[in-house]
Design a protein around this ligand. Structure first.
Ligand SMILES: [Zn+2]
Length: 130
């Protein structure tokens, strides 16, 4: 019964035009689906935070592109910072030349720091701090 409800919820989510973009776009050959959604099962983040992350993954938040194409607002769909590309989540996350100068480097460094710490921890190598 519980599995049936979960399956129907999943089908409804995947069938929505905007919502469900992430699961439709995941390449099952390249992505470990079970591991990718493990954070949703752990239950250690607030519901509000979880819903925001899922909305971002579905590209269903107030970017200029979303407002123009989905909400049909009369606005410019280009990025507010660079004004070169459509302001989508993907562009903001990886494609904006303005954000590339600092924000992407900081994100890269934080991820590498976390990976380094996790690898040291997994191998039993002592670390002073994270
Ligand atoms: Zn931009």
């Amino acid at each position: 019964m519980k599995d049936s409800i979960a399956e129907k919820t999943k089908e409804r989510w995947h069938g929505k035009r905007v919502h469900g973009q992430l699961p439709r776009n995941l390449d099952k050959k390249l992505v470990d689906i079970e591991q990718s959604y493990r954070w949703l099962k752990s239950g250690d983040i607030k519901g509000e935070t979880e819903s925001k992350i899922v909305a971002i993954q579905d590209q269903a938040i107030g970017t200029n592109y979303f407002k123009k194409k989905i909400l049909k607002e009369e606005i410019e769909s280009k990025c507010r910072l660079c004004k070169q590309h459509e302001e989508t989540i993907n562009n903001l996350n990886t494609g904006c030349p303005i954000l590339a100068k600092n924000e992407y480097l900081m994100k890269h460094d934080k991820i590498c720091t976390h990976l380094h710490y996790s690898i040291c921890k997994a191998l039993g190598i002592e670390t002073t701090d994270k």
